[in-house]
Every structure is written in C-alpha cells, then in structure tokens.
Design a protein. Structure first.
Length: 739
C-alpha cells in the first residue's frame, strides 16, 4: 500500500476519539484528489503497551526496582495485570460488555493506590450504571499501571500527554534538544517500531506531523529524528495547534535537524504548496529557486535556507474558505480500537473521555473575539467565518455514513447562537437522530425557546466561560456578559434538559482576595439553585498573543521576558497586587467538587480554606433574585414562529353555558412523553391547526410573529389575548417556539 503522503498525530492526545486535525486535512486533500494515509500514533502505542505482550515486555525488559510501596505492589502483581489487560482493553473498546459484571463483582482487577479513592467517590458517582461503574474501575486499573510506568519506566508518560513539561513555555530549544540526545525510552521504542513498520509499508515521500499540544511535541521530534536517521530522503513537516500558537518567533536552526518545514495557522493551502514542492517537483537546493528571478511559493512556512531560519509567505493564493475544505475523513484511523474511560466525577470531563465523537466546526474563529485573556490576535480566533447550516448537516450525514457514529462534538471557540439555531432546524427537518455538544458564550440570545430547540435537535451539553464571577472583572476581561445574565442563560439551558459546564478563572490581574471569595459565593449559589451542573477552576495564565500579554502594563502585571528562540506562549509575570493566587487553588477545587455533587452548600466558605479569608459581600439570595423574572408579553414582530411538534388530532364537541350552546374544537397533541389537550372555539381551533401546518418545521419558509398576528386578525380580534392565553402557553411547552 504505497502512499506518498503520511499524516501523523504523535503521542498522546485522547484515548476515546481521534484528534481531528489529520481527518480535517485528509478531507481537504480529497477535494484536490490527493491521496494520503493518516494514523493516530498515540492510540497505536497505547494499544501496544497495554497488551499482554506489551506489559510482559515492560515488566521483564528492565531491572525494575520500585521504590514506593505502591510500585512494589504493582510489580508483585504483574502476572495479574498481564492476565487481565487484554480483556480490560477489549471491554473499554466496547467489545466485551459482559465483563462489566465480573469487574464490578470485585476480585477480578488487581488493585493498587488509585482504588483507595473508591470510598470517597461512592457519594460522587452515586449508584452508577453497571457499565459506567465498570469503566471507572477499569480506568483506575489503567491509572495504577500509568503510575507504575511513571515511577519505574518513563517519568514523562501520561495518557493524554507525553513529556509535556518539555513543550510548555520552552522559550529555548535547549532542554528538548538535550533530551533528544539521550537514549530512547521504552515508550519511544514502541513508538518508533510502529512508525518504522508504517513507513516501510507505505514508503511515503512526505510525512506531516500535526502537533496540537505541548504533550505531543517531544514525540513528534523523536519520530522526526528517527526518520532523518533511517529514511533521509523523506521530507518532514509540522503543523497544528502548538506551532500555530507557540512557534511564531522560531529562530533556532537546530529545529531543522528534525523538520524540513513548519507551517502556521490554517494548514490546507500551506500543505498543498508543500505537496507541490516535495512530491510534484525534484528536490531543490540552495535558495529554493524555481527559475530565474522566481521562488518556490510557500504559505506561512518556516524552513532553513542558506543555513538560516527563514519564514516564507510568498504565495499569492488566498486561503480556502470553510465551504471549500471538504468533510473531515476518518478513514485509515482505528475507530473501533479507541477506548472509553471514566476518570473523574465531572460530568463534562466524562464527555471528553467516554464515547467516540465525530469532531466538526461550525465556524472558523470566534464571533466575539474580544476577551482580554484569549489569543485574539491569532488567525485561528481573529478570522471569523461561519459555515452554512446545510453544508454542516451535509457533513454530519457524511460522517455518520463513514464512521457509524452519530455523536458530534463541535469544537468551536464559541459556537454562534444564530448558526446553532439554523443547524438545529436543519437537523430536525432531515429527521436526523444525533447527539451533540459544543462551547458557547453565555449571551442573552440563548432564550428559553432557543434552548428548547437545541435540545430537540440532540444537543445534550454546552460549556462556556463564566471566568471570574465578578461584574467588574468580567468587564475588564471584555467578556460581554454579567453574572446575572449568565444565571438566566444557564437556567434556560438547564430547564430545557441541556447540561451546563462553566470554565472558572481565578488570579486575573488586579483581582482582589475579596473578589475571589465573592466569585466562589456566586458559583456556590449557581450550583445550589441548580442552573450549573459542572465546572472547573483554572488559574489565570498570561499568554503572549492575548491583550493582557501584549499590553500587560494596562492590566497591572509585570511580565518576565526571556529571549525567544523556540516557543513563546505562556509568560510568567508578577501581579502588582502582590497576592499569591495559588493559595486558593485547593479550596476552590475542593468546594467545586462538592458543589457538583450537591454537597456542602450550607458550609461557610471559610470551611474550604486552611487560612483566614474575608466574609463574602454577595447577598445569599443574589442568584435567586437574578432569576426572578416576570413573563414577557412582548414579542418582536420579526421573530420567527416555528412548530416542531406533531400534527394534532382535531375533534369537535358542543358546550353549553347559561343556556347557550357553543361549537368547540379539541386539539390532542401526542408528544414523546405525554399527551396534551387544548380546547378552543371551533373557528379558532381550525385556524390554529392550519397555522401549525404553515409553521411546521417541514415548511421551507417560516412565518414571523407579525405575519401570524395579521393572519389571525383577518378573522378574529384580540390576538394578544389569544396568543398569551393559557392554551397557547401550554403549546410552548411541547414545540411552539418563538425564535
């Protein structure tokens, strides 16, 4: 199976689903009739390591001398691990569901220190389903083995990252370069053997590594080093999230002992030009000239020219529009080999690690693009371009046909509400059964009706940044929301049955201790009242491409600048407030863990900290009062009126009152979980049935509120009295939407 082009995601990203970058690129290449093969080297290494043969080799290949009691226990139980590993991996791949009973019954899995969490975790997980409980136990079993690997085999190992410390804030290439001069590790040997087999099978001329995170960087360099030493004719390129964010100021020419090209930002056109150069023309030396007075065209690409690092961006071709890049193509990837794990009791994090998701993007970039902590100066956020809803749902259908999976994770910076609405309508029009989730901004356009629509289309969860739950700091962040607004929006999502996860931040420049405690109180109330179900605190990190990093003086921080010859993203700094924000980390995370599971709401906030904190200044009923909104009897004339329910059964009867007889219509609606009935005057009942047909989701054109009102008033009076009546309000609970 010869392939000129090989696309690789190096170890490690996710266990349960492929990182989508190579699938995006392969989908684009399909539109150009360029053949390529892709592989997720990470999952292949994991499956090789965590197998009967892999563990046997690991336990026997080294003169292992575990130091900790935990390491010694695992080493002593090595036969138990070797005998159970294949079954456990198969179960986590969904191939042996009956094993769940044996795992849950106990005395099947060898247990080390990770299982000590179980007593503490019982209340967090509650009475889990058998499969989920078994997945969690199997995950603990794998984490025990991971602990052993870190202690005895390779200190840099991690399931979703490898040698991450070497890629984080690496202003100099020295540490990574020195690491690459050392002997290959046990993990490296597995990685390089799989790579060698693939290269010999396909004999590519160009290998492209997609490096999304710092935890993929070391392995990418180790693989490139191996290729240079053993297959010197092959050209090697790097692209992806890490170089896009961190290698924009690359100067160290030693990097090009490993890679021939490093491309930035959208990869389609840069890669197409590299393919033209590497595969469709003989390799050129020196200045990369194609003729007298002309140069090889490149797009946003670093390379070595005359022994100097140069940045080439001389192509006049524009980047491709999102409608032109094609549907992601997951072929070649081992989709049935990924493993679902349940690591911790965080509902949103479980979505990341449990189940396989097709990844798609609704829009390139961020439609808001103002948050001061975010890398809004970079193209992947700055250049906003949405994709038409019909094209998106076309791509969803293509991916379902290819992968057999109907779950979708839209990996947007922030999915645009208007586009989410159109996608949801398109899903319902096509009668697709899908499950999806995405990241959003908590903005007021997420009305109760829009959230109902999103839920009906298969949306199960959203995540969004509340960040610092302080209106002063939200204004400084330029988040464009208030805490009260966030509370109202999360209420709309929650009431529609969509889980809400919030990203929470502490330590933002100028943040006071009082604001940290008040922010915690806001979060406590949001969980207590039930409008948040999941969250995660992270400490503010200043990045080079954010407004805070670029204009640090305006935010009261002093950056610690180093000479940049390699990576540049995270910047260490001194906050002029002098506050040690790190001290709040444990208390914030411990309290949140309890709040997520309905515990500790009545504890004083001081309970979560082992040092003195001020009392909160937030009223205990702040969030409750924020949600006490009265029903609105005003609707914009341009609002669209849509019916996503079924066709009602219409019957007639007579009603007598004060010796007068009235002709009445009864409309019976069969929803999925209930039956609803409303009675109206005969003519109004007939009019409503006809209206529901006109505004049905199946109709190509929807009516506005003004059009509905005008149509009603051709026959009847007092439209507002009719529209806001109890009968019509009951229809709003089963599919009559104002959007």
């Amino acid at each position: 199976m010869l392939k000129n082009l090989l696309l690789i995601t190096p170890p490690f990203t996710q266990l349960n689903t492929p990182y989508p970058a190579t699938a995006y690129i392969k989908g684009f290449l399909n539109t150009k009739n360029i053949e390529a093969f892709q592989m997720d080297l990470g999952i292949e290494v994991i499956l090789e390591l965590f197998s009967k043969e892999g563990l046997t080799s690991m336990f026997q290949s080294y003169n292992l001398q575990p130091i900790t009691q935990n390491g010694q226990r695992i080493f002593a139980l090595q036969n138990e691990y070797v005998s159970t590993i294949d079954s456990v991996i198969s179960f986590l791949q969904g191939k042996q569901p009956t094993l769940a009973r044996q795992i849950c019954a106990g005395n099947f899995l060898p247990e080390a220190s990770r299982f000590e969490q179980l007593d503490e975790m019982d209340y967090a997980f509650g009475i889990m389903g058998l499969q989920d409980k078994a997945k969690h136990l199997a995950t603990l079993y794998l984490e025990d083995l991971s602990d052993f690997i870190v202690e005895c085999i390779d200190e840099n190992f991690g399931f979703s990252r490898y040698a991450e410390r070497l890629g984080r804030s690496a202003n100099s290439f020295d540490e990574l370069y020195n690491e690459l001069q050392l002997e290959t590790t046990f993990i490296d040997k597995i990685t390089l053997q799989i790579l060698k087999n693939s290269i010999e099978k396909m004999q590519p001329k160009l290998i492209c590594f997609s490096v999304p995170f710092p935890g993929n960087l070391y392995s990418a360099f180790r693989c490139a080093q191996f290729i240079k030493a053993n297959f010197p004719a092959i050209k090697i390129a790097m692209g992806g999230g890490f170089p896009n964010t961190e290698l924009r100021e690359l100067k160290d020419k030693r990097v090009f002992e490993f890679f021939d090209f490093i491309s930035l930002d959208d990869g389609e056109l840069p890669l197409q030009l590299l393919i033209d150069y590497c595969l469709n023309s003989p390799p050129l030396e020196g200045c990369l000239k194609v003729g007298v007075g002309s140069e090889v065209p490149f797009k946003r690409t670093f390379l070595l020219e005359n022994n100097e690092v140069v940045y080439k961006n001389n192509s006049t071709k524009p980047d491709y529009k999102q409608s032109e890049v094609g549907t992601p193509d997951y072929s070649d990837l081992l989709l049935d080999k990924y493993i679902s794990v349940i690591e911790i009791a965080n509902p949103m994090h479980s979505l990341w690690s449990d189940g396989r998701w097709n990844k798609l993007t609704m829009a390139h970039g961020c439609y808001w693009g103002k948050c001061t902590f975010c890398d809004i100066s970079l193209d992947y956020i700055k250049l906003y371009e949405p994709i038409a809803a019909k094209i998106l749902v076309d791509r969803m259908e293509q991916l379902i046909a290819q992968t057999g999976e109907n779950g979708f994770h839209f990996v947007d910076e922030a999915a645009p509400p208007a586009l989410m609405r159109e996608v949801a309508l398109e899903i319902l029009r096509r009668n697709l059964s899908v499950t999806w989730w995405t990241n959003i901004r908590f903005e007021k356009s997420f009305t109760s009706d829009l959230c109902y629509l999103l839920k009906a289309s298969g949306c199960i969860a959203v995540s969004g940044g509340l960040e610092v739950a302080s209106d002063r700091l939200l204004k400084l962040i330029k988040k464009g929301v208030t805490v009260e607004q966030v509370a109202q929006v999360t209420k709309h999502f929650t009431e529609s049955g969509i889980m809400v996860h919030s990203y929470l931040m502490y330590g933002f420049p100028t943040q006071t201790i009082q604001e940290t405690i008040d922010s915690l109180e806001m979060v406590r109330q949001l969980f207590e009242i039930g409008v948040l179900q999941s969250g995660f605190w992270h400490q503010f990190a200043m990045t080079a491409h954010s407004p805070v990093g670029m204009f640090s003086e305006e935010f009261g921080v002093i950056p610690h600048q180093n000479e940049i010859t390699f990576a540049n993203n995270d910047i260490s700094f001194t906050d002029k407030t002098g506050i040690n924000h790190e001290q709040f980390s444990f208390g914030l995370k411990k309290s949140l863990f309890n709040f997520m599971h309905g515990i500790g709401f009545d504890f004083p906030l001081q309970e979560w900290f082992d040092f003195k904190i001020p009392k909160t200044q937030i009223p205990a009923d702040y969030i409750f009062n924020s949600l006490e909104t009265t029903a609105s009897f005003q609707t914009k004339p341009t609002s669209k009126i849509i019916w996503i329910g079924g066709k009602p059964l219409l019957s007639f009867y007579t009603k007598s009152k004060k010796k007068q007889t009235y002709e009445m219509a009864k409309l019976t609606f069969h929803a999925k979980t209930r039956i609803s009935e409303i009675s109206l005057e005969r003519e109004k009942g007939i009019w409503l049935v006809e209206l529901l047909q006109k505004i049905s989701i199946d109709q190509p054109l929807s009516l506005t509120f003004a059009q509905v009102k005008a149509d009603f008033e051709t026959q009847f009076e007092d439209f507002e009295l009719f529209w806001y009546s109890k009968s019509i309000n009951s229809l709003k609970e089963i599919g009559l939407l104002v959007l």
